[in-house]
Design a protein around this ligand. Structure first.
Ligand SMILES: [Zn+2]
Length: 201
C-alpha cells in the first residue's frame, strides 16, 4: 500500500507541491504570473493535502462496535448510496459515485451505522482505483466484524475515461465484492441487489 510517508514537515511538503504545480503550469504553456493563476499552485497544494489525506486504510481505528441482541435473525444490515470521491492513481483525475455496503452480523456484533460512510471516505481519500476501494471497504468490515457475509458494490464515473474518451460521457463502472453468505447463497445476493436498486426504500 505505497511507501511510507516522507518525514518532511507539512509546510515543506506544501511548498514542494506548490513548486511542482508551478512547473506543470509553465510546461503546459501557461503564464504563471497572470492574475488567475497567481494563487493556483498554493490552492492546489492545499487541495491535495485535503483530498489525498489518507495514505493507509490500516489507520482506520475510530469505530465503535455494539452488541445488539439479534436473536438468530441473521438479517443483513444495508447502507446504500454512500457518496464518495477519489482520485485515480493512473491519471490523478477524479472518480466518484456511490458505494452500497451490506453485512450479515455474527454473534450480535454490529458497527455504528455512521461509521460505514466514514470508512468509505477513509479508503477513498488517496490515490486509488475503484477495485481497491471496493476491496478495502469489504476487507476492513471483515476484519472488524467477522460477519457471516459482506457485500460491497461501487458505481462510479471516471473523469479519465469521460474527459479523454469518445462517447463515454456518463458511463458508469460497477465493481463488486462478495464474501460468505452473499457469495454462497444466491438468495442473499439477490436480496442485496434488489435492495440497492434505485428508488427502493
Ligand atoms: Zn485514470
Amino acid at each position: 500500500m505505497g511507501k511510507n510517508k516522507n518525514n518532511l514537515d507539512k509546510e515543506t511538503r506544501l511548498k514542494n507541491i506548490e513548486n511542482a504545480v508551478r512547473e506543470i503550469l509553465i510546461n503546459v504553456g501557461e503564464d504563471v504570473d497572470r492574475e488567475g493563476l497567481i494563487e493556483t499552485p498554493k490552492r492546489v497544494a492545499k487541495m491535495y493535502e485535503e483530498i489525498l489525506s489518507t495514505k493507509n486504510v490500516d489507520d482506520f481505528e475510530n469505530y465503535k462496535l455494539f452488541d445488539v441482541d439479534l436473536g438468530d435473525s441473521q438479517e443483513m444490515v444495508l447502507v446504500k448510496e454512500i457518496p464518495f470521491f477519489s482520485m485515480c492513481e493512473h491519471h490523478m483525475l477524479p472518480f466518484f459515485g456511490k458505494v452500497h455496503v451490506a453485512y450479515i452480523p455474527q454473534d450480535n456484533r454490529v458497527i455504528g451505522l455512521s461509521k460505514i460512510p466514514r470508512l468509505v471516505e477513509f479508503v477513498s481519500r488517496k490515490l486509488s482505483v475503484q477495485e481497491e476501494i471496493t476491496v478495502n471497504v469489504a476487507k476492513k468490515l471483515i476484519e472488524i466484524l467477522n460477519p457471516l457475509g459482506v457485500a460491497v458494490v461501487v458505481e462510479a464515473r471516471h473523469m479519465c475515461i469521460e474527459m479523454r474518451g469518445v462517447n463515454k460521457i456518463g458511463s458508469v463502472t460497477r465493481t463488486s465484492f462478495y464474501s460468505g453468505e452473499f457469495k454462497e447463497n444466491a438468495d442473499r445476493k439477490r436480496e442485496f441487489l434488489d435492495g440497492i436498486r434505485d428508488g427502493k426504500f
